[in-house]
Design a protein around this ligand. Structure first.
Ligand code: ABU
Length: 497
């Protein structure tokens, strides 16, 4: 019975405390396993929504002056999960990263137990090698013959790495001498529908957000290549220095793929760095049925690809791949003597920590590697195909209910399905600004009802001239046809008026 013990009764404080330590960890694991079971139980709510002030009342979050008993800590663990959104629930379709891959979870548990920092082979021998092998496998899938890669804390930082490396390639003296080596204003290009991290990168890199030039998109949300070419010429004629173009493979809201080959022709013509933000869509490369969406990917200079999205790896798991080997280290190396000694008793090329701008780096590889080992390439192909099959089914269902739903994108390129729910009172109303205004007000109300009911979660946003609409994401292996049937009926039930 461990309930009345405190932390000093466990290892390493009490060296006879191994049985109690094991028991405590089993109980934590049991809480975790119970949460996993509930996550996949369709009879359980996705969330038990409380307003922040209410939640503060039901949870005891204060830091105590003195040690708490283990039974209180186990109670705290249960409570923490009780009010947590179950992002692996089959009816959670709110984010690009939905689902809960159990094998990946196992990897993450052990990652926490190993508790290593990914800067040197000395500290993380197995995980450094694992990362090297997995990144090489990903570059092979992309079509880069050599190159280099790193894992980063999220797609935004991966995109920032690509920008930094691109600037380094053009102005290697920038690293030592800073802004004064630049002969003029650097400008970069991406589409108006690209991820906001590109704006963040322009600000962080010292360009300023005004020097991120936003290229118009067509009605499907794809960058218009002739507009890119025109805007590059326009910037050159102003005396500015274009250096970086980012295409998006899977835009955040509409899931559109920019035309990679047409953009590559333009970046080659102007000799610009060509980056692809495939944080969301990169996973399509894993299936022969979907990889054509990124045809020409091997012509890029760098690619962001987040396995924590379409591939379902646990958060966080983001990768950036650079076609030219050596650039990441050249750009970021600071040679700290206390970590990256050159006279260590092994090949110090395995000390990959100096390629990145972080010092401390989380081990994000084990949960990816273990999941990929479990599925193999063929399992991941099935995984991707399943997501697309479910998406097709949802689109068919929405098209069969045009009185209640209106699609924004009739033929989604990814698993983003964008639609409006049309409440009863709007069904006979003429199109125009009044209807549009009400339509934009209805979707957040319906979202609020979903959260209160805890039965469904779908994100919404306005975009361009469009009022608020739902963006449904299928990125979980748990989603099946019944969940989609349920969604249609539930939206109708919650939005009956
Ligand atoms: N990095 C984009 C994630 C946004 C989303 O899940 O909707």
């Amino acid at each position: 019975d461990i309930e009345k013990l405190i932390y000093t009764d466990l290892l390493p404080f009490d060296i006879t405390g191994a049985p109690e330590t094991r028991e405590f960890l089993y109980r934590v694991a049991d809480i975790s396993a119970t949460f996993v079971e509930k996550t996949f139980d369709r009879g359980t709510k996705i969330l038990d929504f409380h307003q922040p002030e209410q939640l503060k009342e039901v949870l005891d979050l204060e830091i105590p002056a003195h040690p708490l008993h283990l039974d209180q800590l186990l109670h705290d663990c249960r409570d923490a999960l009780k009010y947590q959104v179950k992002t692996g629930h089959p009816r959670f379709m709110n984010q690009l990263s939905c689902g809960l891959e159990v094998i990946s979870l196992g990897g993450e548990w052990l990652t926490a137990a190993a508790n290593i920092n990914m800067f040197t082979y000395e500290i993380a021998p197995v995980f450094i090698l694992m990362e090297q092998v997995t990144m090489r496998h990903m570059r092979k899938i992309i079509g880069y013959k050599n190159g280099d890669s790193t894992m980063a804390p999220g797609g935004s930082i991966s995109n920032l790495y690509a920008c930094m490396v691109a600037r380094h390639k053009m102005f290697p003296q920038y690293k030592e001498q800073g802004l004064r080596v630049l002969p003029g204003q650097l400008v970069m290009f991406t589409s108006v529908h690209s991820h906001y991290s590109l704006k963040g990168a322009a600000a962080t890199m010292g360009l300023g957000t005004d020097n991120l030039i936003l290229v118009p998109v067509d009605s499907k949300g794809k960058m218009i290549p002739t507009e890119l070419d025109r805007l590059i010429e326009e910037q050159k004629s102003k005396g500015n220095i274009p250096f970086f173009v980012c295409a998006t493979a899977g835009t955040t809201v509409m899931g559109a793929f920019d035309p990679i080959n047409a953009i590559a022709d333009i970046t080659e013509k102007h000799k610009l760095w060509f980056h692809i933000d495939g944080a969301w869509g990169g996973g399509v490369l894993l299936s022969k049925n979907t990889k054509h969406k990124m045809a020409g990917v091997e012509r890029s200079d760098s690619l962001t690809w987040n396995p924590h999205k379409l591939m379902g790896v646990l958060l966080q798991c983001s990768t950036v791949h650079i076609k030219e080997d050596g650039l990441l280290i050249e750009c970021n190396q600071m040679s700290a003597d206390y970590l990256f000694q050159q006279d260590k008793p092994y090949d110090v090329n395995y000390d990959t920590g100096d390629k990145v701008i972080q010092c401390g780096r989380h081990n994000d590889i084990f949960k990816l590697w273990l999941l990929w080992r479990s599925k193999g390439d063929s399992g991941f192909e099935k995984h991707i195909d399943h997501l697309f099959e479910m998406t097709t089914y949802l689109v068919e269902k929405l098209k069969a209910n045009t009185d209640k739903f209106e699609l924004l994108n009739d033929e989604p390129e990814l698993t983003n399905v964008c639609f409006w729910y049309i409440p009863y009172r709007l069904r006979s109303m003429k199109a125009g600004p009044d209807r549009c205004k009400i339509l934009g007000e209805v979707q957040p109300i319906l979202k609020g009802r979903m959260m209160t009911a805890g039965s469904l979660m779908i994100g919404y946003q306005p975009m361009d001239e469009h009022p608020n609409f739902f963006r449904n994401i299928i990125s979980s292996q748990a989603v099946c046809r019944d969940d989609i049937d349920f969604m249609i009926v539930e939206l109708y039930r919650l939005g009956y008026d």
